[in-house]
Design a protein around this ligand. Structure first.
Ligand code: ZN
Length: 65
């Protein structure tokens, strides 16, 4: 079962999403920002967390009516 959690990169402190046991996960993932290997205990897919400290919902483009 896939699990995920959010945490900072140990190198550049970039906010990352750690997705475990998903397609493409590896045991030595690299930070998408600083490209340094992040030590993990399970196969993990690292993704940049773009939600920011105060998440704001992405507004969908309004359709012209
Ligand atoms: Zn990093």
């Amino acid at each position: 079962m896939a699990t995920g959690w959010f945490g900072p990169c140990p190198h550049c402190k970039a906010p990352l999403a750690y997705l475990e046991s998903v397609s493409g996960s590896v045991t030595s993932p690299k930070c998408p920002r600083c490209s340094q290997t992040v030590v993990v205990t399970r196969a993990t897919l690292l993704m940049a967390d773009n939600s920011g400290p105060s998440p704001t919902p992405t507004r969908k483009p309004a359709k012209p009516s």
